[in-house]
Design a binder for this molecule. Structure first.
Ligand SMILES: Nc1ncnc2c1ncn2[C@@H]1O[C@H](COP(=O)(O)OP(=O)(O)OP(=O)(O)O)[C@@H](O)[C@H]1O
Ligand SMILES: [Mg+2]
Length: 303
């Protein structure tokens, strides 16, 4: 959450040697799309579009106080936070002209041929899609199937975030879902600088221990629901002013329902554990793994 007053924050993301996409800069390029008042397209007099709030599916109640929900609010695109393999994340300002404003992250899933599909196979295996025509279309990657998958990814992430947020797990508040666009609480400062990914930070000592403790709590929260992240790494964890927040959860894996659940849990813990023990060998990922297995009720199974 962010206030309108600028806050001082420590910038971890200024040095990038640990970050695989070092062309990336969390500061969005400011841009205001042209709105032609003469075209009569029904757009607002300022900004890029009317707020999508009214027509979208809303996140869990209670709606947070910082969120602008007024019908007369307009959305202004402030730039791209990150282009990814499956989605692009944009920074938006939603504001009532001369009134309250908030910053939001809009995660827009790529449709059809512009996406990589590395996550789709595990996803399809773990999920029962009732209508077999749709299952076949997705499995065979027809144009119809690809379109369905893009929408399903957005819907799956929205649903997972709603459940996790309601359960008190540290994830961004899912504001709304509209087709392939997922609107999220923006994690970052009032100037629009996104919180750094864990991978771009250099914690040591007590700070690292505190972050490991927060990660443990978040992962226990997932395990309590019978889930593991499914793509956990230091790139899918943000550090928002010392608060650890899990992001990028469309592929959240059901530990019992998915035949690869136990393997995915091992991989998640191994990746985040490896990053952490490289910085402090007193951290014990194996102990975390056993706590997660117990919390998810998998103890006694062949995990
Ligand atoms: N709520 C948010 N607030 C601020 N920044 C965010 C938010 N969500 C995502 N980002 C930024 O956008 C990046 C990409 O988001 P995310 O990992 O969810 O998408 P992705 O398309 O799966 O990306 P990738 O393929 O790189 O994993 C994040 O690493 C983070 O820098
Ligand atoms: Mg990601």
């Amino acid at each position: 959450m962010h206030e309108r007053m600028p806050r001082r924050r420590r910038r971890f993301d200024d040095d990038h040697d640990d970050d695989h996409d070092d062309d990336h800069d969390d500061r969005p390029t400011r841009r205001r799309a042209e709105v032609d008042p003469g075209t009569g397209t029904g757009g607002p007099p300022t900004g890029d579009r009317w707020s999508t709030w009214a027509d979208a599916t809303h996140g869990p109640r209670p709606t947070p106080g910082w969120l602008v929900t007024a019908a007369g609010a307009v959305d202004t695109e402030l730039g791209v936070l990150k282009t990814g393999k499956e989605a692009d994340v944009h920074l938006l300002e939603r504001a009532v002209p001369d009134g309250p404003a908030c910053l939001l992250a809009a995660k827009r899933y790529r449709s059809a041929e512009h996406r990589a599909f590395h996550r789709d196979a595990t996803y399809l295996e773990g999920r029962r899609v009732r209508r077999s025509r749709e299952t076949r279309a997705m499995a065979h990657r027809t144009a119809f199937g690809r379109e369905l998958l893009a929408g399903q990814w957005a819907g799956a992430e929205f649903a997972a975030l709603g459940t996790l947020h309601a359960a008190g797990v540290a994830v961004p508040y899912p504001v709304s879902l509209d087709g392939t666009e997922l609107i999220l609480e923006f994690l970052g400062d009032a100037a629009g600088r996104a919180a750094p990914r864990l991978a771009a930070t250099r914690p040591t000592g007590a700070e690292l221990r505190d972050w490991w403790h927060q990660l443990t709590e978040a992962l226990l929260g997932l395990a309590r629901l019978g889930w593991t992240h499914g793509d956990l790494s230091a790139y899918n964890v943000l550090v928002d002013e010392g608060r650890i927040v899990l992001i990028d959860l469309p592929q959240v894996v059901d530990l019992v329902g998915n035949p690869h659940g136990a393997d995915v849990l091992v991989r998640d813990v191994r990746r985040i554990g490896g990053w952490s023990t490289a910085r402090d060998d007193g951290i014990d990922p194996e102990a975390l793994f056993h706590r997660l297995v117990a919390e998810a009720g998998l103890a006694g199974r062949d995990a």
